[in-house]
Design a protein around this ligand. Structure first.
Ligand code: AP5
Ligand code: MG
Length: 214
C-alpha cells in the first residue's frame, strides 16, 4: 500500500504515520525527519535545508524531489510506504506521480488530516521532540513519564526550532498557499480521504484503519 499524509503542520501526520507504518509493516518516510537528521549530522543538504526551515518556508523542490524518488525505490519499499510531508507542492505531486508511473505503481490513498489553524498553534507550542530517536510528545496531550526525558531512549526533549509561534504562523500560511491545492490534485485521482484530526489520537487512528481496511 502506498500512502501519503496530507494536512497542516502539526495536524498529526507524524504521530499517525508512525502508527500506520508499524501496523502495516511498511517504512515511514518523513522528509522533515530526513532534513532534521541531515542538520544534526552537519551535512551540506542539512545546512541548505535549515535556512528555509527556520524561516517556516519550504525547502526548494530541487533539494527534495530526488531524495524521495531515490528513497521509494529502496528494497524496504517493495510492499509500499507511507510518505509524511511529501508531496507539499503540486510540482512534487507531479514528480511523485511520474516516478511511480515509471515503476508501474500509483498512490493508493492520500490521507488528509483536517485540523483548524487555532488548534494547530496550541499543538505546536506543546510539542516536544527527542534529540536522540526523534519520538514526538506533547506536554498535555501525550506527556512523557518523566518531564523532559524521552520514554523510548532516555535522551532529552526539545522544542523544535520551527515551532516558535511566529514561525508556525508562516508555516500555516505556506501550507494554505502551496500544499492545500494537493487536496484537489488527489481528489481528481479518486484517492483523497479526509480524517477529522481534532479527535483523540486513538480515534484518529481508528478512523484511518477503517479507511485503509486493515
Ligand atoms: P515537517 O517535519 O514535515 O513538519 P510539518 O509538516 O510542518 O509537520 P509537523 O511535523 O510539524 O506536524 P505533524 O503533522 O507531523 O504533527 P505531529 O504528529 O508532530 O517539515 C518541517 C519543515 O521541513 C517544513 O516546514 C519545510 O521547511 C521542510 N520540508 C519538509 N518536507 C518538505 C517538502 N516535501 N518540501 C519542502 N520542504 C519540506 O503532531 C503535532 C503535535 O500535536 C505533537 O506534539 C503531537 O503529540 C500532538 N498531537 C498529534 N495528534 C494529536 C491529537 N489527535 N490530539 C492532540 N494532540 C495531538
Ligand atoms: Mg511531522
Amino acid at each position: 500500500m502506498k500512502i501519503i499524509m496530507l494536512g497542516a503542520p502539526g495536524a498529526g501526520k507524524g504521530t499517525q504515520a508512525k502508527m500506520i507504518a508499524e501496523k502495516c509493516g511498511i517504512p515511514h518516510i518523513s522528509t522533515g525527519d530526513i532534513f532534521r537528521a541531515n542538520i544534526k549530522q552537519g551535512t551540506e543538504l542539512g545546512r541548505k535545508a535549515k535556512e528555509f526551515m527556520d524561516k517556516g518556508l519550504l525547502v526548494p523542490d530541487e533539494l527534495t524531489c530526488d531524495l524521495v524518488v531515490d528513497r521509494i525505490q529502496k528494497d524496504d519499499c517493495a510492499n509500499g510506504f507511507i510518505l509524511d510531508g511529501f508531496p507539499r507542492t503540486i510540482r512534487q505531486g507531479e514528480v511523485l506521480e511520474e516516478a511511480l508511473t515509471g515503476l508501474g505503481q500509483k498512490v493508493d490513498c492520500a490521507l488528509d488530516i483536517v485540523v483548524p489553524d487555532e488548534s494547530i498553534i496550541e499543538r505546536m507550542a506543546g510539542r516536544r521532540a527527542c534529540v536522540g530517536c526523534g519520538a514526538t510528545y506533547h506536554i498535555v496531550f501525550a506527556p512523557t513519564k518523566t518531564e523532559g526525558i524521552c520514554d523510548k531512549c532516555g535522551e532529552k526533549l526539545i522544542l523544535r526550532d520551527d515551532d516558535k509561534p511566529e514561525t508556525v504562523q508562516r508555516r500555516l500560511a505556506v501550507y494554505h498557499e502551496q500544499t492545500q491545492p494537493l487536496e484537489d490534485f488527489y481528489a481528481a485521482r479518486g484517492v483523497l480521504k479526509e480524517v477529522d484530526g481534532t479527535q483523540t489520537m486513538d480515534k484518529v487512528f481508528g478512523d484511518i484503519l477503517g479507511i485503509l481496511g486493515v
